[in-house]
Design a protein around this ligand. Structure first.
Ligand SMILES: Nc1ncnc2c1ncn2[C@@H]1O[C@H](COP(=O)(O)OP(=O)(O)OP(=O)(O)O)[C@@H](O)[C@H]1O
Length: 266
């Protein structure tokens, strides 16, 4: 199968508020897919739907031939072992060394002997350039190193899919450049499929093979970075060029201003 994930016509509400009204997108296998869009459009929600932490009211989410929303608990648990999610806050356990942080999921989910675990941990740390930092505690790491250590932990069990939520947020340009390169390299050397949610348009466009742009409760465009740059969709252009004015309004939906001011309600 060409796509590892296929999201088809998802409708999702929180209370009365429609977050998605027909979201569809594909995540090609072996590639880096970027998901971008204005703040609050539902990018993190998408990752949680794919991971099965949230359930849509309508639509299908196909992951490796399984429809995630219809899986029972046991099957979902098995499917989740094949995915990994790296949140911005992807906190390391502060009372454990970097080595033990990376070993943690392996010890939890397998019965492998310690010498094999040590080999796997060293390989994962080597992959993120931190093999020399195994004995350090998270408090002794820079922000960029901590994120790389969290990345090593998230690939400890060799997932097929890795989902990054804002992996570059709060990083200085050097560390950001390193993470960008690392995400791309890991995807190719480990044969992963990656989804990267990010506001850092230039960074993410530089490593993405496939890009989906969300707005107005939908995916408004998807394709290669070149295809999107050439798109004549004004929403796509507003977003890629960072224009304040365009089809995405600056104001969050509200009652008319004069009514609000004169009406006296809060
Ligand atoms: N736990 C929650 N309960 C109710 N509404 C929520 C909850 N979490 C998120 N939302 C709403 O769902 C919408 C999508 O949120 P989400 O975090 O997915 O957006 P996002 O695109 O990732 O935003 P950002 O880029 O700012 O991180 C927002 O309108 C948000 O207010």
């Amino acid at each position: 199968m060409e796509n590892l994930v296929e999201v088809n016509d998802i409708h999702f509400k929180r209370g009365d508020k429609a977050i998605y009204q027909g979201v569809s997108l594909v995540v090609p296998r072996g590639k880096v897919t970027a998901v971008m869009g204005p703040s609050g459009c539902g990018k993190t929600t998408l990752l949680r739907l794919i991971g099965g932490q949230l359930k849509p009211q309508q639509g299908t989410i196909n992951f490796a031939g399984m429809n995630i929303p219809s899986l029972g608990r046991g099957a979902l648990y098995e499917a989740r072992k094949r995915m990994s999610m790296l949140f911005q806050s992807g906190a390391l356990f502060s009372d454990m060394t970097v080595f033990d942080n990376v070993a943690f999921p392996i010890r939890e989910h397998t019965n492998l002997p310690e010498n094999i675990i040590a080999t796997i941990v060293k390989m994962k740390l080597e992959a993120v350039g931190l093999r020399g930092a195994g004995s350090l505690f998270p408090g002794e790491l820079s922000g960029g190193m901590a994120r790389r250590a969290a990345l090593a932990r998230s690939i400890a069990l060799d997932p097929e899919l890795i989902m990054y939520d804002e992996p570059f947020a709060g990083q200085d340009p050097i560390s950001m450049g390193m993470l960008v390169k690392l995400i791309k390299e890991l995807n190719h050397t480990l044969g992963l499929t990656s989804i990267v949610v990010s506001h850092d348009i230039h960074e993410v466009m530089s490593i993405a093979d496939h890009v989906a742009i969300m707005a107005n409760q939908r995916v408004v465009a998807q394709g290669s970075p070149e295809e999107l740059k050439a798109s004549d969709n004004p929403l796509v252009q507003q977003f890629l060029n960072g224009d304040a004015d365009g089809p995405v309004p600056f104001h969050y939906g509200a009652t008319p201003y004069h009514e609000d001011l004169l009406g006296g309600s809060r």
